[in-house]
Design a protein around this ligand. Structure first.
Ligand code: M6R
Length: 631
C-alpha cells in the first residue's frame, strides 16, 4: 500500500524518481507526487497529481527540475480521500521539510490536535502530514543546541519524531537545509536500499531499484538510515550503527515485462506452465539410484516428525491457497489443520496447543495482518517454557527478502517471479504447488499414504506443464467468447466441493476484484440452505464438477440451480452427468487431488476476459493495491 522511492547521488533525481514510481504503481494509484531539492533555488520543488502516475508525468513533461536528491510517492488512500490535497509528499509550514510515507500513524489525531494548538495549519486530511510538522519543530529545538544544519541533525530530528509515532510506517524525508541528505526509516513496512553507480535509491520494493542496480541492502524493522552521495549510515532502534553485507537481487526479481500481452494479468496467467516447471525444477529431486522422486525443501525437515497439527495464516487469494493446502494436509497427510484469516487470528487466536506448525502464506511477504499474526504467534509461543509449545514456522512466499522472509527461517520460495497484476494468478498456482510439496513430505514422514499413492501424486505434478499449456490454448478464445455474452451480468455464483470449494472462492474473488461484478463462492451442498434464494435466469452459476466421491451430488446441486432458471457453466471433464451444463469449460480428466491446479485456469481466463471486455483497468483495479501493508 503506497510506494515510496527516494534518491541521492550525482544523477538527476526526476527521471530516477519517475522510473521508480512506474515500478511501484501496483502498490497504489490514487495519486502520485515527487519532491526534489532544487539545486538552483536551494529549496524544495514539489509536484503532485490526483489519480494515476500518468497525470503526474503529464504535469512534469516539460519540467527539468535541477537537483539530485528527491523523494516520490504513489498512494493508496487510507486517511483522507484520494484527492490532490492528500497526495504526498507533505510539506511543513516553512516549506523546507518534505515527507513521503507508507503506513498508518495510529496516534496522528492526538499529534495533530497538539500541533494545531501550537498554531500549525494543516493542509490535508492525512495521518502523514503530522510528520513534517513534527520534524520541523524538532529541528527548531535542535537548533538551540547549536547543531549544524546537516544530514546528521536531520537524522536526530527524525529519530526523535518517530519515537513518538504509533503504528507502522516507511518514510523518507528531505530537508532543504541539508541538500544532499536523505533520511529514511521503517517500522513494519518495507524499505530496501539499492547501491547504484553514482546514486543510492531507497524504495518500498525491489522493482523500483532493479533498473539501477542489483545490489541491495534490505533495512530491518525499526531501522533508520542517513543517505548521502558519499555513503549510508544505518542505525537500529537503540541508535547502534549497523553494518551488513549487501545482497544481490535475483534476475526474476527484476523482470517486469508485459511482452506482447495486453495486460500483465493475462501474461501472468500464461506464465503458469513455466511456474510449474520452476517449481518442479526447484523442489523435485530424483534419486538416480532408486529412481524415486523426493520433495526437496530448503530446510531441515526433522521437525516434521513432531508435528501433530497445523495452523495456516493468510489473507485473500493466499488464504484460498491455504484452504486447498489444508484439505491436502488433512485428507492426504492426515494432519489436523486449520486455516485462519490473518486479520482475525491476530485478535482472536485459538488456544495454544503443543507440537503445532504455523504456516504463513503471503505472496508479497509484506501483508500487514499476516506479518502481525505470525509475529504474535512467535511471541506467545516463545513465552512458554514447555518446549512442545515452541514456535515451528514455515513461510510460503514469493519474496523471500521480504518482511516474512526475515522473520521466518524456513522459507518455501514459490519462485513465481514478480507478479505485477493486482489480481494474484501465477502466485496462487505456485502457492498451491508448495502445499502439494508439504502434503507429500508429511505423508511420507507420517506414513499416511502408500508409496504408490505418493508417487502417483508426484507423477501427476510432473505432467502439469503441458496440461496447463493445453488448457490455456483451449480456453483463451472460448472464455473471451463467453465473456462477450456475460460481461453485463450483475451476480455470479461459484460452486465447488471438497478440495475445489476454495477454487470456487478464488474464482469468485478473481471475478469481483477485477470486473466489479458481485460474485460469491459456496460449497455446492450449502446452496439449498440460503443462497439458492438468489437464483433466477439473471444469475449464472459456475459449478466445478471434478470427478470425485461426491461428483453425483455436485451434479444434483447444479440441477437444483438449473431448476431455478440459472444458466449453468461447468468446469469439468466431459463425462456422464456433465451434459446438464449449458456450457462446459472442459478440463482434462485427472486425479482428484490435482484437480484444483487445472480448474483454476479457465476461471482465471474467464474473469480476465470479462473485465477486459468491460474495458476496465485489469492490472490496477479500483480501490485495491498489490501488497496491503496497512491493517
Ligand atoms: O501478498 P499476500 O499474498 O499476503 O496478499 C494477500 C491478499 O491481499 C491478496 O491475495 C489479494 O487478495 C489479491 N488481490 C487477490 O488477487
Amino acid at each position: 500500500m503506497c510506494g515510496i522511492v527516494a534518491v541521492t547521488g550525482y544523477k538527476k533525481a526526476l527521471p530516477l524518481l519517475i522510473n521508480g514510481l512506474e515500478k511501484l504503481e501496483y502498490r497504489g494509484y490514487d495519486s502520485a507526487g515527487i519532491a526534489i531539492i532544487n539545486s538552483e533555488k536551494n529549496s524544495i520543488s514539489c509536484n503532485k497529481a490526483e489519480g494515476k502516475l500518468k497525470n503526474l508525468k503529464n504535469n512534469l513533461k516539460d519540467e527539468n527540475i535541477p537537483g539530485t536528491v528527491g523523494i516520490g510517492h504513489t498512494r493508496w488512500a487510507t486517511h483522507g480521500k484520494p484527492e490532490f490535497k492528500n497526495a504526498h509528499p507533505h510539506i511543513d509550514g516553512s516549506g523546507t521539510i518534505a515527507v513521503v510515507q507508507n503506513g498508518i500513524i495510529e496516534n496522528f489525531q492526538d499529534l495533530k490536535n497538539k500541533l494545531e494548538k501550537e498554531g500549525i495549519i494543516f493542509n490535508s486530511d492525512t495521518d502523514t502530514e503530522v510528520i513534517p510538522h513534527l520534524i520541523k519543530r524538532e529541528l527548531n529545538t535542535l537548533s538551540k543546541l547549536n547543531l549544524e544544519n546537516n544530514g546528521s541533525t536531520l537524522l536526530v530530528a527524525v529519530r526523535n519524531v518517530i519515537s513518538d509515532l504509533e503504528g507502522s510506517y516507511a518514510l523518507a524525508v528531505l530537508w532543504a537545509d541539508a541538500p544532499t541528505s536523505l533520511v529514511v526509516a521503517r517500522r513494519q513496512a518495507p524499505l530496501i536500499i539499492g547501491l547504484g553507480e553514482g546514486e543510492f535509491i531507497c524504495a518500498s520494493d525491489t522493482p523500483a531499484i532493479a533498473n539501477f542496480t542489483n545490489i541491495i541492502l534490505p533495512m530491518e524493522d525499526e531501522e533508520i538510515a542517513l543517505l548521502t552521495p558519499l555513503g549510508i549510515e544505518i542505525y537500529d532502534i537503540n541508535n547502534e550503527r549497523q553494518y551488513r553485507n549487501p545482497v544481490s537481487l535475483k534476475v526474476s526479481e527484476q523482470i517486469m515485462d508485459k511482452m506482447n500481452f495486453k495486460h500483465y494479468m493475462l501474461k501472468e496467467i500464461y506464465d503458469q506452465p513455466q511456474t510449474a516447471k520452476n517449481w518442479l525444477e526447484n523442489y523435485l529431486n530424483q534419486d538416480l539410484e532408486k529412481g524415486k522422486y523426493q520433495i526437496n525443501y530448503p530446510f531441515d525437515t526433522k521437525f516434521f516428525e513432531s508435528i501433530e497439527r497445523i495452523e495456516i495464516i493468510a489473507c485473500g487469494t493466499s488464504k484460498h491457497a491455504a484452504m486447498v493446502g489444508s484439505f491436502l494436509l488433512e485428507q492426504f497427510s492426515g494432519i489436523p489443520t486449520n486455516v485462519f484469516y490473518a486479520s482475525e487470528f491476530r485478535y482472536s487466536p485459538p488456544p495454544l496447543l503443543p507440537n503445532t506448525l504455523t504456516i504463513g502464506v503471503t505472496q508479497s511477504g509484506e501483508t500487514a495482518d499476516t506479518i502481525a499474526a505470525i509475529d504474535m504467534e512467535i511471541k506467545r509461543r516463545s513465552s512458554i517454557e514447555d518446549k512442545n509449545f515452541k514456535p515451528n514456522l514455515i513461510a510460503i512466499t514469493n519474496r523471500k527478502e521480504s518482511s516474512i522472509g526475515r522473520m521466518v527461517s524456513n522459507i518455501i520460495d514459490i519462485c513465481a517471479g514478480i507478479e505485477v497484476g493486482v489480481a494474484a494468478t501465477k502466485t496462487f498456482f505456485a502457492q498451491l504447488l508448495s502445499f502439494y510439496g508439504l502434503a507429500i513430505k508429511f505423508a511420507e514422514i507420517k506414513g499416511t499414504q502408500s508409496i504408490d499413492e505418493i508417487s502417483n501424486l508426484i507423477t501427476e505434478l510432473i505432467k502439469l506443464p503441458p496440461l496447463i499449456e493445453d488448457l490455456l490454448e483451449q480456453h483463451n478464445k472460448s472464455s473471451e467468447k463467453l465473456a462477450h455474452d456475460f460481461f453485463n451480468i450483475k451476480d455470479v455464483i461459484f460452486l465447488g466441493r471438497g478440495i475445489n470449494y476454495p477454487i470456487a472462492l478464488e474464482g469468485a474473488l478473481k471475478l469481483k476484484e477485477i470486473s466489479y461484478i458481485h460474485a460469491a463462492g459456496y460449497p455446492a451442498g450449502e446452496m439449498k440452505h440460503g443462497p439458492i434464494a438468489l437464483l433466477d435466469k439473471k444469475v449464472p452459476v459456475i459449478s466445478i464438477a471434478s470427478p470425485c466421491e461426491v461428483f453425483d451430488k455436485v451434479i444434483s446441486n447444479a440441477q437444483e440451480a438449473k431448476a431455478r432458471d440459472s444458466y449453468l457453466i461447468g468446469i469439468a471433464p466431459e463425462c456422464n452427468g456433465t451434459e446438464i451444463f449449458d456450457y462446459l469449460m472442459k478440463v482434462p480428466s485427472s486425479n482428484e487431488w490435482i484437480s484444483p491446479l487445472l480448474n483454476i485456469i479457465p476461471l482465471q481466463l474467464l474473469s480476465y476476459h470479462i473485465a477486459a471486455h468491460r474495458g476496465l483497468d485489469v492490472d490496477q483495479p479500483r480501490n485495491l493495491a498489490k501488497s496491503v501493508t496497512v491493517e
